[in-house]
Design a binder for this molecule. Structure first.
Ligand SMILES: Nc1ncnc2c1ncn2[C@@H]1O[C@H](COP(=O)(O)OP(=O)(O)OP(=O)(O)O)[C@@H](O)[C@H]1O
Length: 253
């Protein structure tokens, strides 16, 4: 079966200062390739600075690569450092969603604005879609009238999820999105994500070093080191037989 996402030889460098008048290229992501199937989860792990977030941002279109290709459903969406199509099909969720929610707007108006900008739905249809999306993430329709500060940490992550799925994407990139939640709220959010995946066939890219989450949620696992893929395979196989000393060390913790 054609993978939903195919990443080929992706590369990202940043120009960083190397003295007063000079700059040099720093490779944050080097020659990264992988595939993700529909309804599957790929975990990306790696030490701090290994390029996980940079890769996540590029996949979601929040940044562009320097070279390489990204194909979604067989169609090229990024090629040679250019986003060919600004796809709404890959959405990013961060660790701290509060930062990206306007505190002076209700959740209903934040979600409504996304629908106004991206769909032809009329007011009644938008209202229905917002209510349904809030219910889908385990919130109530009444929560549309709430402001961000009125939610708990777990609820705000559900609001972020509602915002991410309201346009019916194919892939969610979860960048440490579950890290700051306390264990019981994290377990509930994981169950919610798994239910959504079962019901809608959503695919996830899970950026985390939380190994029990990786084991519980992911089908495949990619280990980045200094921007390069040093291990990639089915999660249970990588855990059972890591090929590198680094993977052995990281997965033993
Ligand atoms: N805009 C930028 N300009 C220059 N260097 C950058 C920029 N963004 C990221 N980097 C560098 O790229 C490397 C990879 O960063 P990235 O945030 O992707 O790592 P990470 O694996 O997500 O780390 P962490 O787990 O700490 O979040 C780091 O060395 C970082 O300093």
């Amino acid at each position: 079966m054609e993978p939903i996402l195919k990443v080929q030889a992706l590369h990202k460098h940043f120009n960083v200062r190397a003295g007063l008048f000079r700059s040099k290229q720093f490779n944050a992501v080097s020659d990264v390739s992988f595939c993700l199937g529909k309804g599957e989860t790929l975990a990306i792990i790696g030490e701090t600075g290994s390029g996980k977030s940079t890769l996540g941002k590029i996949l979601a279109g929040a940044d562009t690569a320097s070279s390489g290709q990204i194909l979604l459903d067989g169609q090229i969406i990024e090629d040679g450092g250019k986003r060919v199509e600004n796809s709404k099909d890959i959405r990013l969720i961060f660790q701290d969603p509060m930062k990206s929610l306007n505190p002076s707007n209700t959740i209903g108006s934040i979600l409504g604005e996304i629908l106004v900008l991206n769909t032809d739905l009329d007011k009644r249809q938008r209202r229905e879609r917002i209510n349904q999306t809030l219910l889908n993430v385990g919130l109530l329709a009444e929560h549309r009238n709430y402001y961000a500060h009125m939610f708990s940490g777990g609820q705000i992550q559900r609001v972020a999820l509602a915002r991410a799925i309201i346009l019916d994407p194919k892939i969610l990139v979860l960048d440490e999105a579950l890290s700051s939640l306390d264990p019981s709220v994290r377990a509930q959010t994981v169950n919610l994500l798994l239910r959504l995946q079962r019901e809608t066939g959503l695919s996830y890219i899970l950026i985390t070093n939380h190994l029990s989450l990786v084991k519980h949620m992911s089908d495949s696992l990619l280990l980045l080191h200094k921007g390069k893929v040093v291990e990639y395979g089915e999660t249970h196989q990588v855990f059972a037989k890591p090929q590198t000393k680094l993977a052995e060390r990281m997965l033993a913790n």
